[in-house]
Design a protein around this ligand. Structure first.
Ligand code: ADP
Ligand code: MG
Length: 609
């Protein structure tokens, strides 16, 4: 008898829809930018205050709206982009759900001003929490200006989930950068609290990517252009010398829409297997185009996820397009016999990986490289600028490998276990062989150095801060906007572990000082690794909880890997430092540092017993 069910008024349904579309200022900006691009804008400026919480304003020079359309655009499911059911199968615009404007307007103080090129005046509509308060004529240039103030003022639960202004600004910056990379033919600008974070003129894709990922990375990009008849893949990808510790510089688009898709990501990483180390990600901007019927973008309101009709063929086409470039190893520009590496059809599987390995080897044999880099142990992991290549460090004498090794007679004066060992010599540039009574002691010099460095860093940290060294030539590095925001947020914490990182406009950061142990190594890569770890943390409280991991990371970077000859003085120093190290304490990787073979074991091997 009783009536329990009622159809909700639109002010409520819009608020519910807003919950899906509008998560934070960056998602508002993504929706509004899509609308501006769909309206044919060639110049779009974004302005925010307090990370977008106080103000978001987007101004475009697109086709604008008539008064009637402007009013309609605020109604739920009002769109100019599709008309019929069948249109859903061939969407060519970025928007189509007709949800963004009413959703945003229902959770903010919203103002839409718009003018069609042919009309004499514009229309201004003021909406507050979803209710239209005022509609009037206004003077303005052709195009559309949308102002969103006090986002979530009427949804306190949502408001609580917003992060600090810096973090939100970072997300906004990333959203604008993604759009900017997808449309180099459109000029974009982003101003935050009066400060210009980004301004790009209309240009071509290569230049646009350089503006997004930094010139240093853009120099190492190679063009991709592949098609299997149905799927087309174009864009630019990096070689092994330009890698990142996170996926933040991977810009992937499907039919012009930025996506974060598992199939796409997997295909990319498959192609890079054997080219870059695990845990490293390339820098790239890839545009995958396929017939609209082959992909469903209507999976989620934010349209970050898609569904492919033929997932496997998209995966394979993408992987093949990348391998076609990667197997040519275009980063080896001064190779001596380029003819052998370039083939019309890309080799796959094992053959492909062998070629990559051969290319990596060849890059190490270039004239002008130090002879020791040709050591096969180094060749397995090295790339053109890798820190993995043993490099003469500035503060130690590196013995040439052909110089005979002479044990130092003065070495026996110390007291600890390791320094009391009689040094036999070094094996393979990676192990130290010693004798202790009737035992042969083999020390993994990398593991040992790393552990020693870790303990030193820990002591320094507990005593007030990791020793830092200012760089003679501060290094610039390009991060994503949200990563740059992390650097600002964790600035004081980073100083405690030896990093002095200064924001330098946009997403650029200057490394002015590094932990002393890491100076002269690949400091920039270390900074990227640390920033990637910060991204997983969130709060400053979590920083202290993960300090061991961060110090281990620095220690790991302080050690020269691969074939690394040591002279007797260096060996003695290491053994002495090992005696000062508490090996029982928590260790970075849990790898053994030394291994002992008794005389008895040796005798068994040689069947003497
Ligand atoms: P959708 O983009 O899915 O169609 P929206 O709610 O985002 O839905 O926008 C509703 C309609 O308002 C669009 O279809 C478009 O016609 C119009 N519109 C929105 N923003 C603009 C703009 N910046 N310039 C011109 N028209 C716009
Ligand atoms: Mg839209």
């Amino acid at each position: 008898m009783s009536q329990r069910i009622a159809i909700l008024p639109e002010t409520i349904t819009n608020k519910i829809a807003a919950g899906e579309v509008v998560e934070r200022p960056a998602s508002v900006i993504k929706e509004l930018l899509e609308n501006s691009l769909d309206a044919g804008a060639t110049d779009i400026s974004v302005e925010i205050a307090a990370g977008g919480r106080r103000l978001i304003r987007i101004t475009d020079n697109g086709h604008g709206m008539s008064r009637e359309d402007a009013l309609l655009s605020l109604e739920r499911h009002a769109t100019s982009k599709i008309r019929t059911d069948s249109d859903l199968d061939g969407i060519l615009t970025l928007g189509f759900r007709g949800e963004a404007l009413p959703s945003i307007a229902s959770v903010s103080r919203f103002r839409l001003a718009t003018r069609e090129a042919g009309s004499l005046e514009g229309t201004e509509i003021v909406v507050e929490g979803g209710r239209v308060r005022d509609v009037k004529a206004c003077g303005m240039a052709p195009g559309t200006v949308i102002t969103v103030e006090q986002l979530f003022f009427n949804t306190p639960a949502r408001l609580k989930f917003l992060r600090g202004a810096e973090t939100e600004t970072g997300h906004v910056g990333d959203a604008v950068a993604r759009m900017a990379v997808s449309r180099p033919d459109v000029a974009f600008s982003l101003v935050s609290d009066g400060r210009e974070l980004l301004r790009v003129q209309r240009s071509d894709l290569r230049r646009r990517i350089a503006q997004a990922v930094g010139r240093e990375a853009a120099g190492g990009l190679h063009e991709v252009a592949g098609s299997d008849g149905v799927i087309t893949v174009t864009g630019f990808i990096s070689g092994p010398s330009v890698v990142r510790s996170a996926t933040s510089a991977m810009f992937t688009y499907i039919n012009g829409r930025f996506v974060r898709d598992k199939v796409v990501q997997h295909a990319i990483m498959q192609a890079y297997r054997g080219v870059i180390d695990r845990g490293r990600y390339p820098v790239l901007a890839l545009f995958i185009e396929l017939p609209p019927g082959e992909v469903d973008v209507n999976v989620h309101p934010t349209k970050h996820e898609v569904r492919f009709r033929r997932q496997a063929s998209v995966h394979d086409a993408l992987q093949a397009a990348l391998e076609e470039v990667l197997c040519r190893s275009p980063w080896l520009t001064h190779r001596q016999e380029p003819a052998t590496a370039a083939t019309a059809t890309p080799p796959t599987g094992q053959a492909y990986r062998e070629r990559i390995a051969a290319a990596a080897q060849a890059s190490l044999l270039l004239p002008g490289r130090p002879a020791r880099t040709s050591h096969p142990a180094a060749a397995l992991t090295a790339d053109a600028h890798s820190s993995l290549i043993p490099q003469p460090s500035t503060d130690s004498l590196v013995r040439e490998p052909d110089e005979p090794f002479r044990p130092d007679p003065e070495s026996a004066e110390s007291t600890g276990y390791f320094s009391s060992l009689a040094i036999i010599g070094q094996f393979h540039g990676e192990y130290i062989l010693c004798q202790s009574g009737v035992e042969l002691v083999i020390i993994d010099q990398h593991a040992a150095s790393e552990r020693v460095a870790y303990q030193r860093l820990r002591r320094q940290f507990l005593a007030g801060g990791v020793e830092s060294q200012r760089l003679l030539f501060p290094e610039t590095l390009e991060l994503s906007f949200s990563e740059a925001a992390l650097v600002v947020r964790f600035r004081d914490d980073l100083a405690r572990i030896g990093f002095e990182l200064e924001p330098f406009g946009g997403a650029t950061v200057i490394a002015a000082a590094l932990p002393r142990v890491a100076v002269g190594k690949d400091g920039i890569r270390l900074v990227r690794d640390i920033v990637a770890e910060l991204a997983a943390l969130g709060t400053s409280a979590a920083f202290d909880g993960s300090i061991d991991g961060l110090l281990a990371r620095i220690a790991c970077h302080s050690v020269v890997r691969g074939f690394h000859p040591l002279d007797s003085r260096q060996i003695n120093e290491l053994l002495q430092a090992m005696d000062e190290t508490d090996f029982a304490a928590s260790c970075p990787h849990g790898r053994p540092v030394s291994h002992t073979i008794t005389l008895g074991e040796l005798e068994k091997i040689f069947k003497r017993t």
